[in-house]
Design a protein around this ligand. Structure first.
Ligand code: HEM
Length: 395
């Protein structure tokens, strides 16, 4: 597929280290070029305007996930048949396997356990005084929350976050970052391959629910591994990066921290605005399975299309002054969790994890500040921080 329809083009590698370090000026230029812009380097079309990205994300009939939602064929072959890379009606059956556990009633049963854990973790950090928000909270907390919910043994969990990070990078081009992180991907894949085994999973866990689906013929063994892996990968690096960004924001903005300390109920809306601004998963791909018209632009059948959720969430036509953090904005319609049939199944859990962490911080921490410059991550598909050095005093 080439740009036979002569859409505006941008000859910039949207996944290069330079763009990853500072993507929004480039994305603003792409957005200004038109609703559909061709990126010849990797031969795909990119959508960056909020209304178009939202509509396209919901339009599974024309923009299919069933051929995979990554850029490369190699990676898509691994994804096909998973909940992410399927269309209705098969998609519904795959999604249903864990939908009870992730529905509000299922989640309510886990809140106390997650809250206890968040309070213990924060108490440990307050006692230490200085720590790294990423290494000591963001990369520890969701890993153990998801590890416990899936029912995984404690041994081997250290492969999860590096494995999830490497997997997400694989949704983009196979560039230097992906090559550097292949060993982590392989260690994780090997370990996961051994986990679709009832004897290793905690009774009553999500993992056991997946194995029940294998026993009664709703899933094959291979689909079970893909399902477990989809939940682990999707539930990890996303939340890790969202929480890293949340901690950075609070430490960087004493006004926001003071407002939260004064009124703990602001926690959820602070998290939504962080999700809009940071959009941990920048975007995935679809394939047009028929000609698709967006405004005056036409995308040919067979073309690959990137839904750029990070760009959409900073569209000034949707969110005035989009690069600013606005505590009152409460942007519940942001696209950080996607939209439509594939909208994140774990969004309730992610919101709960953030809410209880903020409750624990408000209850235990007084001053909350940076002790050095935060370091941005280099992952081309998942946006976040590598390090957020923090000091916390009790209060
Ligand atoms: C802040 C944290 C999170 C973010 C930003 C996020 C983002 C997303 C996005 C953008 C999608 C849509 C993919 C698409 O349309 O192709 C998605 C789907 C998904 N997410 Fe999340 N996610 C988060 C947390 C979680 C958690 C905690 C879990 C697991 C418990 C999870 C599990 C899933 C699954 C299984 C899908 C696939 C749903 C489907 O294809 O029907 N996510 N997520």
């Amino acid at each position: 597929m080439t740009n036979t329809l002569r859409q505006p083009e941008i000859d910039i590698d949207l996944f290069s280290a330079e763009v990853v370090a500072d993507p929004f000026p480039v994305l603003a230029r792409v957005r200004a070029l038109g609703p559909v812009v061709y990126a010849p380097r990797y031969d795909f079309y990119v959508l960056t305007r909020y209304q178009d990205v939202r509509a396209a994300t919901g339009n599974w009939r024309s923009l299919t996930s069933a051929q995979g939602v990554a850029l490369t064929e190699e990676f898509n072959q691994q994804l096909v048949g998973s909940v992410l890379a399927s269309d209705p009606p098969e998609h519904g059956a795959l999604r249903a396997v864990l939908s009870d556990k992730l529905a509000p009633r299922g989640l309510a049963r886990t809140r106390e356990q997650i809250s206890d854990y968040a309070h213990r973790l924060v108490a440990e950090m307050v006692a230490r005084g200085t720590f790294d928000g990423v290494a000591d909270i963001a990369r520890v907390y969701p890993v153990n929350v998801i590890g416990d919910l899936v029912g995984l043994p404690a041994e081997g969990r250290e492969t999860l976050q590096p494995g999830a990070d490497a997997t997400f990078a694989g949704f983009g081009p196979f560039n230097d970052y992906v090559m550097e992180h292949l060993p982590q991907l392989m260690t994780y894949t090997e370990w996961m391959g051994t986990m679709a085994d009832r004897s290793k999973l905690t009774p009553g866990s999500w993992g056991e629910a997946v194995m029940d689906a294998v026993d009664d013929g709703r899933l094959t063994q291979l689909a079970a591994i893909k399902t477990l892996s989809a939940y682990l990968v999707a539930g990890l690096d996303t939340t890790v990066n969202a929480i890293g960004a949340l901690l950075r924001l609070l430490a960087d903005r004493p006004d926001v921290w003071a407002a939260l300390k004064a009124d703990g109920r602001l926690g959820p809306q602070i998290f939504e605005e962080v999700l809009r601004l940071e959009t941990p998963v920048i975007g995935f791909f679809r394939v047009a399975n028929r000609e698709v018209t967006i405004g005056e632009s036409v995308i040919a059948a067979g073309a690959k299309v990137m839904l750029h959720w990070a760009a959409a969430n900073r569209d000034p036509a949707k969110y005035p002054d989009p690069d600013a953090f606005d505590i009152g904005r409460n942007p519940l319609d942001h696209l950080a969790f996607g939209y439509g049939p594939h909208a994140c199944t774990g969004q309730g859990l992610a919101r709960m994890e953030a809410a209880v962490l903020l409750e624990a911080l408000v209850a235990q921490a007084g001053a909350f500040e940076l002790t050095g410059e935060p370091v941005r991550g280099r992952n081309p598909v998942v946006r976040g921080y590598e390090s957020v050095p923090l000091r916390v005093v009790p209060g």
